[in-house]
Design a protein around this ligand. Structure first.
Ligand code: SF4
Ligand SMILES: [Zn+2]
Ligand SMILES: [Zn+2]
Length: 457
């Protein structure tokens, strides 16, 4: 299911054929639409649409173009509307210094009032920002003080520096179909820097039709072309982008509860196995410290799955030939389970990869590389950094200060056992990437892969 988190189906552009537009959206896989208000009248109409159509949710707010029209009575009415069960956000609100249809000082004052409304109603903000980056950040900071704002920077148009500041604030980022324009090279470069966990989809219909329909009216069905573009940018399948962005939208707008934790979960062309949430490291960058999700999959296990449960979960996703032990913890804490499951996978000629922190010997109190022979084709070991000191500082292993050397020993033993070995390091400031490469390739004779620290899976 796809979610168009920002469009304006209340506009008169859709008066003649709104039902058909919604049917085409459904046929393209759009399961939910957030109709975003831009005026008081639009807020009322947005709610009316949400009442009429199951798949439509609404926001209430007034666009900065009309900031001059905002008065106490309007704010009071919006506050009343915000309690409607299908109103899930305040927006679109913010600053527009590009067209500047309302004076800047009025826009700033009104924006602060909408921040107060968002706080009062506990709803996320849908932020409109054009040529007003610094004021937007300052007013958000001022409004939320030491708390992080909940919201999305819609139709993102800033550069990488502004993006970083928005992400530091915890904001979600959404791109419209203008990302598909031939001329959008710069914007595509920015979109690549957004962790997919912070990405939302929107059409902003009737505006900004994709390249293939440029100059025409946009509509939610065209969101598929945006998904295609983002899948190329992030090197993920369209299904991955769909699942992740849907999950993000559900989270931000509290649309519905998350599903149960996954034992087997798909990313690109592989099936990943989540067999434990325990780990013998406590890495400062670990995704588990800030989310239960990886690429849209809930990985927070209520209990560790048995071998049988793992095999059943794999069975249900039979089409995958590449199986990866990975998940939300260190798989070699359950070496016997790995061996049983991998033996069964090998009988079915599957390709098996183990993603590990390399603590397998320390955990099991013996050298385990030989035991993996014939069961695992490839081992990916996270060395993360280039020295023992950095490892101790960043990874905080429960096995103490010699862990870095032990991980390297494990890598050598896997090589000796004839396994294909890949050593991964992170692009965190602490890491000397070239030094890591030398350790991986020259010292250990393994392949080297650099991982982006904010990209998981
Ligand atoms: S090794 Fe992986 S799972 Fe364990 S703490 Fe580090 S990042 Fe998290
Ligand atoms: Zn806007
Ligand atoms: Zn809009």
């Amino acid at each position: 299911m796809l979610i168009d988190t920002h469009c304006h189906l209340d506009f008169k552009d859709f008066e003649a054929d709104r039902d058909k537009v919604i049917d085409r959206a459904k046929a393209s896989g759009v399961g939910l639409i957030l109709n975003v208000a831009s005026s008081l009248e639009g807020s009322r109409n947005s709610i009316a649409l949400a009442e009429k159509y199951d798949l439509i949710y609404a926001s209430v707010g007034i666009h900065p173009h009309d900031a001059e029209k905002v008065n106490a009575a309007a704010l009071k009415e919006l506050e009343g509307m915000a309690s409607h069960k299908k109103v899930v956000a305040i927006g679109e609100v913010g600053l527009d210094y590009y067209r500047a249809l309302s004076p800047r000082d009025v826009q700033r004052k009104v924006f602060s009032e909408f921040i107060s409304l968002a706080k009062k109603t506990n709803l996320p903000l849908i932020l409109h920002n054009r040529d007003s980056h610094q004021d937007m950040l300052d007013i958000l900071k001022d409004g939320f003080k030491d708390k992080k704002p909940k919201g999305v920077m819609h139709c993102f148009s800033g550069d990488e520096r502004f993006l970083k500041k928005c992400l530091d604030m915890g904001l979600y980022i959404s791109f419209t179909c203008n990302l598909t324009f031939k001329s959008a090279e710069r914007l595509k470069g920015v979109a690549k820097q957004v962790p997919t966990e912070k990405l939302l989809l929107e059409t902003d219909a009737p505006f900004l039709a994709p390249q293939a329909y440029r100059g025409k009216r946009n509509e939610p069905a065209h969101i598929v072309l945006l998904v295609e573009e983002l899948s190329k940018i992030h090197n993920l399948s369209m299904e991955d982008i769909e699942r992740i962005t849907t999950r993000n939208a559900v989270e931000l707008f509290s649309l519905k509860e998350a599903g149960p934790a996954r034992i087997a979960y798909e990313i690109r062309d592989s099936l990943y196995l989540n067999i434990t949430n325990r780990c013998t490291n406590e890495c400062g960058f670990c995704v588990r410290s800030f989310s239960d999700f990886v690429k849209g999959h809930n990985l927070k296990l209520a209990k560790e799955p048995s071998t049988k449960e793992i095999l059943n979960a794999i069975e249900k996703m039979g089409k995958y030939n590449k199986i990866v032990f990975c998940g939300f913890g260190e798989p070699t804490l359950r070496l016997d389970v790995i061996k049983e499951v991998a033996a069964s996978l090998k009988q079915r000629s599957k390709k098996v990869r183990l993603v590990t922190n390399g603590h397998g010997n320390l955990i099991n109190g013996r050298s385990i590389a030989e035991e993996l022979k014939g069961l695992v084709d490839k081992v990916s070991v996270s060395l993360n950094v280039d020295t023992k000191e950095k490892y101790n500082k960043v990874c905080r292993s429960q096995f103490g200060e010699n862990t870095f050397e032990e991980v390297k020993r494990f890598i050598r033993e896997c090589k000796t056992a004839g396994l294909e070995v890949e050593v991964t390091c992170l692009d965190i400031p602490e890491t000397d990437i070239e030094r890591c490469r030398v350790i991986a390739e020259k010292e250990l004779g393994a392949n080297f892969r650099l991982r982006r620290h904010n990209v998981v899976g």
